[in-house]
Design a protein around this ligand. Structure first.
Ligand SMILES: C[S@@+](CC[C@H](N)C(=O)[O-])C[C@H]1O[C@@H](n2cnc3c(N)ncnc32)[C@H](O)[C@@H]1O
Length: 302
């Protein structure tokens, strides 16, 4: 079955499929995540608790319902693959979780094994090696990943190839304007020391309060010490969409300013320049800025 999806040579290591990659930036990023895989699991996480976490997140819950059954799904940069596992639970979809970081995938695959989740394949590899066949997937999810690569636009182009016609993708990236508040926090932590992060970063504060030490470490590491990071704008991503035959469907934050996530796949108005600037700057003053200024675009392949 996997031969129908992965076009390069791979080795089998337990439940993992390993492809060789040599890109220096990818090796550097994989090394970065080796000791602090992202996102971390809380102690005693179960299939049920993962399902509850996914259902609490209105975006993942909506997308999972929208996908339905009997589909091929790819998550690019799945890390420990919590989202992929959530999408796999309770249906017959065929999920591929791709990430270069061995330790992250291993955690995901152990979880799948212990919880008897069988419809997911964990593939170690690099998006730049273009390891999948074209037009294979009904949904491609890639969030929090491309801004940690050396050429996000090229990586986007590659992942668009994997989508079938009328297939959907979700892309999540750090926003150039919406991440300003995080950059300010990072700057302050350099002047006043790391301890100040606990006072000024709402996510870190909450994780600390709830004694989620490993999640806390992995958040601080990812947000404050990443070796490769870029930020992006609405305008730029609209251009990527146009260049790769992807129709804009909706964004988070949304152009109708409502941010209710129960119609994410209904086509919204395309953000114009004024709309975009307002939405992006505004991210600094709401939960988007609190959580690092990540924005999402959903598109459909024409
Ligand atoms: C911040 S983590 C995000 C993990 C997951 N997507 C999430 O949102 O929880 C970034 C992930 O991107 C992966 N990544 C970095 N470079 C990559 C590349 N060239 N190809 C595929 N994945 C990559 C890293 O290994 C890491 O697991």
């Amino acid at each position: 079955m996997i031969d129908k999806f992965v076009k390069v040579k791979f080795e089998k290591d337990g439940d993992l499929y390993l492809t060789k990659y040599t890109n220096n930036s990818t090796l550097k990023v994989a090394e970065f995540y080796k000791d602090k895989p992202f996102p971390d699991y809380k102690n005693g996480e179960t299939k049920q608790s993962l399902l509850e976490i996914g259902d609490k997140n209105l975006v993942s819950k909506y997308i999972k319902n929208f996908i339905g059954y009997n589909k091929n799904i790819l998550e690019v940069g799945s890390g420990t693959s919590q989202l992929s596992l959530y999408l796999a639970i309770g249906n017959n979809n065929n999920i591929y979780a791709l990430d270069p970081t061995y330790n992250s995938l291993k955690i995901g695959s152990e979880f799948a094994k212990n919880n008897k989740i069988k419809n997911i394949k964990f593939v170690q590899g690099d998006i730049f090696d273009d390891i999948f066949y074209e037009n294979k997937f009904d949904f491609v999810w890639c969030s929090g990943v491309l801004h940690h690569t050396e050429n996000p636009e090229l990586a986007f182009k590659i992942l668009c190839r994997y989508l079938k016609k009328d297939g959907y993708l979700l892309l999540g990236l750090y926003n150039k304007y919406g991440r300003k508040i995080l950059e300010l926090r990072r700057y302050l932590s350099k002047i006043f020391g790391e301890k100040i992060i606990d006072l000024i970063d709402p996510v870190a504060k909450k994780l600390k309060k709830n004694h989620q030490k490993r999640k806390y470490d992995s958040w601080i590491n990812d947000q404050y010490f990443h070796p490769i990071e870029s930020t992006h704008t609405f305008k730029e991503i609209l251009k990527w969409f146009d260049n790769n035959n992807i129709e804009f469907i909706s964004s988070i934050p949304s152009t109708d300013y409502l941010n209710n996530y129960d119609n994410l796949i209904e086509k919204k108005s395309r953000p114009d320049d004024l709309n975009s600037i307002f939405l992006q700057i505004n991210m600094n003053f709401n939960e988007f800025g609190e959580e690092g200024g990540l924005f999402m675009f959903i598109g459909r392949k024409k």
